[in-house]
Structure formats: structure tokens, C-alpha cells
Design a protein around this ligand. Structure first.
Ligand SMILES: N#[N+]C[C@@H]1[C@@H](O)[C@H](O)[C@@H](O)[C@@H]2O[C@H]12
Length: 452
């Protein structure tokens, strides 16, 4: 970056987490089980049989964690609500203790000058609703709108930025096509149905918000720019299919009221006829879109997959613990594509970060304080925040950055094997230790990005 970056006034610097990944105590205070409580307790479903039973014990340590956020200088905190804490059966009976937990958390955030960004759904469907068909049941749109309305009534006076869904692509690709995530289904026929009902639920929740809410609501998607592995026609076609499947399958219906035409070819006989009125529900005016960015997809033709497209691992992919290539330019390209395709909708980068090998905590300075030197994470974050600045200079209306993640946490089926946090968590003692990246990020926030 040649000159000192200048981020727009009001650009929001924060961090993100998700309920099931940090809270622990999933059944405390009359909460109901979620599909992740059930999935993780099913032998063989998660690495080492890791579960969210304890996680980062945030359900009990939330006040200390807010104090940690304040000390780091966070301006915003993106978190999710565990639906089954509030509605143990998914619909009907409200569990006041569950609602009170989130109400206290929001009050503590506000008391410490931290803006809450609330995600209604971050993958942890109440198990009782999965027993009724889950996202395969068209009634799921009504269930979600009922739950969302309970949250709006309780918190809209204090929460001013709402997110309906987190990453619908992962929910269905992982949970309904490949079976790697809860509820662990493997069906080409179920995947588009679950996707479609998720988007209907998103639309129903936004429609309910327009009737009850007074602030902002949006959708969070994980998208990645797809680049052909070669100039061959086969690779270019495969790249177009991968782009439609991952990046347009959710944004097109939400913002344009239609699916990309490639999906009918991708899913073939598994692609249903959709009722036209569904798109009137799905397509709702949004106040912002959240984009979660981690890496790009270099794509080649590969017939061993319904998509007939596969990702080609890149040389630098060994840089991160997940094997994802570090490719900051992909974030700039993606943000510019979003603006060119969907117009001037405000955007937040609602997740960005990396799992790196973190050395053990050591008193490297001899001052009696433990430190975690994570220069690779700092390098990753610096380059990606700079990539956002490039997009802003190209005219994209990016309003904020939520670092993934505040804390090391439960990485779903990968258990506790991947550490994405800027704060190290000792899972045996629950001690929190800000890594060097946390101290670096505090400086970025204080300087409003000028210290990049
Ligand atoms: N993997 N990975 C890290 C991170 C995951 O922990 C979040 O829950 C998801 O929203 C998104 O996939 C990104």
C-alpha cells in the first residue's frame, strides 16, 4: 500500500463469534438441544468426538469476555443466538432464561461502548425442528419468522444490526449434500430444497422485521471468487458452474429474485420447479449484506462431482492450518464483483481470519506475561484489511470489518483442532491470552486503519 489508508468515517471495527462455537452449557437453564448438540454426540461425527458442551465457557464467562473486548478496543461484536435457548422446542414456549442471557449480553456490550451485531441463525437448528423435517420442511420459514419476531420484540430497541442467516451455502453443502456438518445428510435432492427453504426463511424474517423492527437487517454469505485453473473451455465452464453454485445461489434470489440458470444444469433431475410466489418472499429489501471471506477457488473441470468442478489446491495452501490459500486480492475482486452485480448495497466483511499454527504461550519478554507470537496471522489480517481498502477506493461501500474470530473456538466437525482466534483459549483452564495479533488489531482500530 503506497499511502496511508483512510477508511470512511464510521467504518466499524469488530470481531465475530457464534453461539455453538463459544458458549458451552448448551442445555443449561432449560435450553433445548440443537442439531449440533445431537450431531457432536453422535460417535464419529466430530474430530476426537469434540463437542460444544464446554467450548469457551462463554455462557458463564460472558461478562469477562465483554471486558476483554473493551480492553482490545472493539467497536462492534458479531455474535449469534442459540435458537433452542430461547425456544427450546423451536416454536411456541419461550424460555425466559435463554432470552435473559442474550439481553444481559447486549446490555453489557452497550455499557462498554460496543455495538452488537446479532446473527439469528448460525447453524444450530433446534433438534425438535429437525425432527419435524428441519430445513426440508416448507414450514421452516414460519418457524424462523416466529423465532425472529421473539428476538425483535425483546432486543430491537438495543440491537440495531440484525443478520438473518449465516452462510446458507455451508449449511446446505455441508449439512445436506456432503454430510460433514449437522444434520449430516448426503443428498443431491435435499440440498437445493434446504437451500430454498433457508432463503424463504430469510425472506420471512426480513418481512417480519419490516413490520416490527426499526433498524437494519441483512444476510451473511460466504463467497469466494472462482478463477479457472486454465484457459481451457472445460475449466471456464466448470468455473462458471462453481461460481453459480457457491456465490450466486443465495445472493441472486435474495437480491434479484431468481436463481442463476446454471443451477438447473448443476443439479439436473434434482432441481425442483420452484413456486413463483416464493421469490416474492425471498427477495426483500436489505439494509446491508455481510460477506465472509477466507480464500479463493481456483477451479478445474472434474466429473467426479455433481458440480463437475473441483478446486485446485494452490502452492501457498500449506500456509494456513485449514489448507486454504492466502489470497487477499480475491477479497478486492469479490467486493468489486458484488457492487457490479448487485449495486450499491452497503457491505460489511462479517468474517475474515485464518487458522495458523500458534506457538505455545511463552514469557518471551521475561516480564512474567504469556504471549503468543502469531506473525503469520498478523500478515494475513493486514493484507486482507488492505484489500478491503482497495475495494473502498474502487467505490465499494464497505462499512465495517469483523475479524474471525475473537476467541479460539470449536471449529464444528474439526473440533478444537483449528485456532482462528486473536485471543488464545486454554481449554483446560479457560484462561484467555490475547495473541500478538490482538494487540496489533487494537492498534489498527485506534488508528482507524492508518497503522496497517
Ligand atoms: N472454517 N472456518 C472458520 C469460520 C467458521 O468457524 C464460522 O462458523 C463460519 O461462519 C465460517 O466458516 C468460517
Amino acid at each position: 500500500m503506497s499511502q496511508v489508508p483512510t477508511f470512511p468515517d464510521g467504518f466499524l471495527w469488530g470481531a465475530a463469534t457464534a453461539a455453538h462455537q463459544i458458549e458451552g452449557s448448551p442445555l443449561a437453564d432449560d435450553a433445548g438441544p440443537s442439531i449440533w448438540t445431537r450431531f457432536a454426540h453422535t460417535p464419529g461425527m466430530t474430530l476426537n468426538g469434540d463437542t460444544g458442551d464446554v467450548a469457551c465457557d462463554h455462557y458463564r464467562r460472558w461478562k469477562d469476555d465483554v471486558r476483554l473486548m473493551r480492553d482490545l478496543g472493539l467497536q462492534a461484536y458479531r455474535f449469534s443466538v442459540a435458537w433452542a435457548r430461547v425456544l427450546p422446542d423451536g416454536t411456541g414456549r419461550i424460555n425466559q432464561a435463554g432470552l435473559d442471557f442474550y439481553s444481559r449480553l447486549v446490555d453489557e456490550l452497550l455499557a462498554n461502548g460496543i455495538e452488537p451485531l446479532l446473527t439469528l441463525y448460525h447453524w444450530d437448528l433446534p433438534a425438535a425442528l429437525d425432527d419435524r423435517g428441519g430445513w426440508l420442511n416448507r414450514d421452516s420459514a414460519d418457524w424462523f419468522a416466529e423465532y425472529a419476531s421473539v428476538m425483535y420484540r425483546a432486543l430491537d430497541g438495543r440491537v440495531k444490526k440484525w443478520v438473518t442467516l449465516n452462510e446458507p451455502w455451508v449449511i446446505t453443502d455441508g449439512g445436506y449434500l456432503h454430510g460433514a456438518l449437522a444434520p449430516g445428510h448426503r443428498s443431491l435432492f435435499e440440498a437445493p430444497i434446504a437451500s430454498h427453504n433457508l432463503m424463504r426463511a430469510h425472506g420471512a424474517a426480513v418481512r417480519a422485521y419490516r413490520e416490527a423492527g426499526a433498524h437494519e437487517i441483512g444476510l451473511v454469505v460466504n463467497i469466494e471468487p472462482k478463477y479457472p485453473a486454465s484457459d481451457s473451455e472445460a475449466d471456464r465452464v466448470a468455473t462458471r458452474r462453481a461460481h453459480a453454485y457457491m456465490n450466486e445461489q443465495y445472493l441472486h434470489p435474495a437480491l434479484l429474485g431468481r436463481y442463476p440458470e446454471e443451477l438447473e444444469d448443476v443439479f439436473g433431475a434434482a432441481w425442483p420447479e420452484w413456486p413463483k410466489q416464493d421469490f416474492e418472499l425471498i427477495r426483500q429489501q436489505l439494509d446491508f449484506v455481510g460477506i465472509n471471506y477466507y480464500t479463493r477457488g481456483v477451479t478445474e473441470a472434474n466429473d467426479s462431482y455433481p458440480l463437475k468442478a473441483g478446486s485446485v489446491r494452490q502452492p501457498l495452501a500449506t500456509y494456513t492450518e485449514t489448507g486454504w490459500e492466502v489470497y487477499p486480492k480475491g477479497l478486492t475482486d469479490l467486493l468489486v464483483w458484488f457492487k457490479q452485480t448487485y449495486g450499491d448495497i452497503p457491505v460489511y466483511v462479517t468474517e475474515n481470519g485464518a487458522a495458523m499454527y500458534d506457538p505455545p504461550i511463552a514469557d518471551v519478554d521475561g516480564d512474567g506475561r504469556g504471549r503468543v507470537r502469531d506473525p503469520l496471522r498478523i500478515d494475513y489480517l493486514r493484507k486482507h484489511i488492505a484489500a478491503i481498502h482497495d475495494a473502498i477506493r474502487a467505490g465499494v461501500d464497505v462499512r465495517g470489518y469483523m475479524l474471525w474470530s475473537l476467541l479460539d473456538n470449536l471449529e464444528w466437525s474439526l473440533g478444537y483442532s483449528k485456532r482462528f482466534g486473536m485471543v488464545h483459549v486454554n481449554y483446560a483452564t479457560q484462561e484467555r491470552t490475547p495473541k500478538d495479533s490482538a494487540h496489533w488489531y487494537s492498534g489498527v482500530i485506534r488508528s482507524h486503519g492508518r497503522s496497517l
